[in-house]
Design a protein around this ligand. Structure first.
Ligand code: SF4
Length: 332
């Protein structure tokens, strides 16, 4: 994996190796020395594992604002629903407007991203639980989101975003990467040539991914497409995309995975010999009981689906939602 060093004063440029999927990232997480104290917050998970699969685009909103490195620390103050950004050592010096003027023009260039990884606790980049200080110097009980993240989420509400620290949790990491790949597939396969047929094909291929998260939403989204009015394709696309991304926003439960595994097994019942059928069922039960990880029954099912499955079942994204090299299902 090769990282191309980015300048600390021009963080809007593309920063890492070629790859089909572009993901934005807080610059300090790539090891760039852009923090207030001239340091970085290098994330090995990002630069060693994820950079093999993602084309990272780093950005430091505080550097882009022209605050320099090193610089005094910033903090959020005031109303947690509309906080202002000030210097911690001089709260009369507000930088909110200057910050927004630097960050807003960058938003257009992020339209091709499929995800964003953010640095926790930062008044600029934090995703949640960022402190907002009151006039008495104490943090407000209600926490907020960093100012850059607020702007990002307002502009791209369906973009998968996650804090780097949370990616150390196996289930949260798997869920984030699943969402990034789903976002990418949608952008390429549906938005690349928008039509009702493309939306339906996407819904068909993501059937079991959706079912692993919510059977109700899978059916409801199916109805949305089936009842679509002609000529409403752009609105339909937005509704579907928003509800789809929301439906998969939380990790799927073990119980739902078992249900999906059994559904897929149902397609093989007639074509697979009894002994193999028993082995598959045993592995699904062992997964249900927490004795083996998800990759174990999945690998066996995939093997038989490749041998005997129809195009329909072979095309299910659930069997290959992201590259196996990421090793995500081994840890579920
Ligand atoms: S957290 Fe954000 S603003 Fe702070 S150094 Fe990292 S990239 Fe820059």
């Amino acid at each position: 994996m090769k990282l191309i060093a980015t300048s600390t004063t021009d963080e809007t440029s593309i920063s890492t190796q070629a790859g089909a999927i572009s993901v934005g990232i807080s610059s300090c997480l790539l090891g760039n020395e852009v923090r207030y104290n001239g340091g970085h917050s290098h994330s090995k998970l990002c630069t060693r594992l994820l950079a093999e699969h993602f084309n990272f685009r780093s950005f430091c909103p505080e550097v882009a604002t022209g605050l320099g490195v090193p610089r005094p620390t910033l903090r959020l103050v005031g109303d947690p629903n509309a906080p202002r950004l000030v210097f911690s050592n001089d709260q009369q010096q507000e930088v909110t407007e200057r910050f927004q003027q630097a960050v807003t023009p960058v938003m257009d260039s992020l339209a091709q991203l499929d995800g964003y990884i953010l640095m926790k606790n930062s008044p600029s980049c934090g995703l949640e639980r960022v402190k907002v200080y009151q006039a008495n110097g104490h943090p407000h009980p209600q926490r907020s989101m960093g100012l850059f993240t607020q702007t990002l989420k307002a502009r791209y509400p369906d973009l998968p975003v996650e804090e780097e620290g949370r990616l150390n949790d196996d289930r949260l990491r798997e869920n984030f990467i699943l969402r990034v790949y789903a976002h990418h597939h949608f952008r390429v396969l549906v938005d690349g040539n928008l039509s009702l047929g493309r939306l339906m094909a996407f819904h068909r291929d993501y059937k079991y991914v959706l079912m692993a998260h919510s059977q109700t939403e899978y059916r409801s989204l199916g109805r949305l497409l089936a009842e679509a009015e002609p000529g409403q394709i752009a609105t339909l696309r937005d509704q579907y995309h928003q509800r789809f991304m929301q439906a998969i926003a939380k990790p799927a439960s073990r119980r739902n995975h078992c249900n999906v595994l059994l559904h897929i097994f149902g397609y093989l019942k007639r074509s697979v010999q009894q002994q193999a059928r028993r082995q598959i069922l045993t592995l699904i039960e062992r997964y249900r009981d927490g004795e083996v990880n998800l990759a174990t029954p999945l690998a066996m099912l995939e093997h038989y689906v490749n041998l005997h499955g129809s195009d329909y079942i072979r095309g299910q994204r659930y069997l290959k939602p992201y590259p196996a090299q990421l090793g995500l299902a081994n840890r579920l």
